[in-house]
Design a binder for this molecule. Structure first.
Ligand code: BES
Ligand code: MN
Ligand code: ZN
Length: 491
């Protein structure tokens, strides 16, 4: 928990002073603290390599003043002419991780030393807010030896007092990412589809977000044949969670956000290898990230309508499980020959997308850890985006991803794949191809169910999790595409 205070002039008596240090100190103007001009001293410290201007490099030293001695913590800003959003993520990520490691509980940050020639102070403080949450996230709910929660009183000194709202917006986004991470991290024996649904409902009770849950029996009786098929091998029945947030007039067409919520993907009868199965609790990251996006949109009070649809199921093996060669009837009324039970994501999404389309959305965005093939194509750190009738919107979203430091690239849907998804001897569609291009096939299958509605499919199999710690936080779930989509929704 970081508690922020704003003050304009009167300096708070904390033992720690935090300053940003650029390559050329004169770019900052004077660094004034109380009645001291620290500019020369900071430059001397830098000259003697006691502190650093290298981008994101944190240093700590002593700052003797007339009446008191303080601890000075600096973070390098590099060249202010080129300092961009990604750089700021690094600056504040490294800073907050340092403050936490050093158990600093009280500090004053001279915000007016954090400037860029490219980015406004509003945006800079938003990044600070974002990183105060995102960068120091931990998940130790299932450790006996829990870390004492980190507490910091951070006094922000700035001449610009209207910055507080921007700081809060950054904090909201950071907390939404951490909410998504929390759901993703819960072990799969606990986070079953119904537990997931109940926790989402619990989280949004007494908010503007309405939550509706369809349980396994309801899904069966209402014709969600593909979600039911995937979930029926598990003792934990599937669920469909619908979230609605109305920030605009009730009759305005919503944006639909659809999430793959496979709480565990064993592969089913098309079973995964023992190594392939590890980490498959993360097969609900798409759904968790949709929850995070809606959390942020509602707390930011965005003037739009959103409908969130999460299809949740556990992909398991039992007497009752689906098996290759089975045929199921989708909510759309079409029949699907199920040739590979490990291609379960596109099945649950087929019904979820068809259902979302009934809300007559402006556009559908779906998020899914859908294929290993997307990782083969783009590597572990990039999202594969596919557009169906959304040529302009995908360009906007790709630009938003670049601005938000998330890696996202477009892959195509062509007539080749349109033919392949129909290549079944017995049914209308088939869920699997033995050929190459498996990410494209899956994307085509999923977007088939939205017809001509603009639809962008996000295959986040790679970036949903990260194998390494960074200035964005610990290894594990990342909240992939939350900042990209929010930035797009806000503009
Ligand atoms: N959840 C997996 C995709 C996945 C793999 C996500 C690795 C993250 C890391 C998905 O359900 C799956 O099993 N896809 C198969 C599809 C195949 C059977 C056509 C795959 O990619 O191997
Ligand atoms: Mn699978
Ligand atoms: Zn899966």
């Amino acid at each position: 928990m970081i508690n922020f205070n704003f003050n304009q002039h009167e300096h708070i008596d904390t033992g720690v002073l935090i300053i940003g240090v650029p390559d050329h100190i004169n770019q900052l103007g004077t660094i004034q603290y109380k009645n001291h001009d620290l500019t020369q001293r900071i430059d001397d410290y830098r000259h003697h390599h006691i502190i650093h201007n290298t981008l994101g490099k944190v240093a700590s030293t002593v700052l003797p003043l007339e009446s008191e001695t303080k601890r000075l913590i600096t973070v390098g800003l590099g060249n202010l002419k080129t300092l961009n959003y990604t750089d700021l993520l690094k600056v504040f990520g490294n800073l907050f991780q340092f403050l936490k490691e050093e158990h600093i509980t009280d500090a004053e940050l001279l915000f007016d030393t954090f400037i860029s020639k490219q980015i406004t102070q509003d945006k800079i403080i938003e990044v600070l807010g974002l990183q105060s949450e995102q960068a120091i996230y931990i998940f130790d709910n299932y450790k006996s030896d829990k870390k004492v929660p980190y507490k910091l009183d951070l006094h922000i000194t700035t001449q610009d007092t209207h910055l507080e709202t921007h700081l809060k917006q950054g904090i909201i986004v950071g907390q939404s990412i951490n909410l998504a991470r929390d759901f993703s991290n819960i072990p799969p024996n606990i986070l079953t589809p119904s537990y997931f649904a109940d926790e989402v409902a619990e989280h949004f009770k007494e908010t503007k977000v309405k939550v509706d849950i369809k349980d396994g029996e309801t899904l069966l009786s209402e014709g969600f044949g593909l979600i039911h098929a995937v979930g029926k091998g598990s003792i934990h029945p599937p669920t469909l969670i619908t979230l609605t947030y109305n920030g605009a007039k009730e009759d305005e067409a919503p944006i639909a956000l659809v999430g793959k919520g496979i709480t565990y993907d064993s592969g089913g009868y098309s079973i995964k290898s023992k190594v392939g199965m590890q980490t498959m609790k993360y097969d609900m990251c798409g759904a968790a990230n949709v929850v995070g996006m809606i959390e942020a949109a509602s707390r930011l009070e965005l003037p739009i309508n959103i409908v969130g649809v999460i299809a949740s199921a556990e992909n398991m093996i039992s007497n009752n499980a689906m098996k290759p060669d089975d045929v199921f009837t989708a909510l759309s009324g079409e029949t699907v020959e199920m040739l590979n039970s490990d291609a379960e994501g596109r099945m649950v999404l087929g019904d979820a997308v068809f259902y979302a389309n009934q809300f007559q959305p402006r556009i559908i965005l779906d998020f899914a850890t859908l294929t290993g093939a997307a990782i083969v194509a783009l590597g572990e750190d990039k999202a594969a985006l596919f557009n169906s009738h959304a040529e302009n919107e995908i360009q906007e979203i790709l630009a938003s991803a670049r601005a938000m430091d998330e890696l996202a690239f477009e892959l195509p849907i062509t007539n080749t794949e349109q033919r392949l998804i129909r290549r079944s001897d017995v049914a209308d569609l088939v869920n699997h191809t033995n050929g190459q291009g498996k990410a494209l096939f899956a994307a085509t299958f999923v977007t088939h169910f939205s017809g001509t509605t603009p639809h962008i499919h996000f295959d986040i199999a790679g970036p949903a999790t990260t194998p390494t710690n960074s200035f964005k936080g610990p290894k594990g779930p990342t909240g992939s595409m939350i900042t990209t989509v929010l930035n797009w929704l806000r503009n």
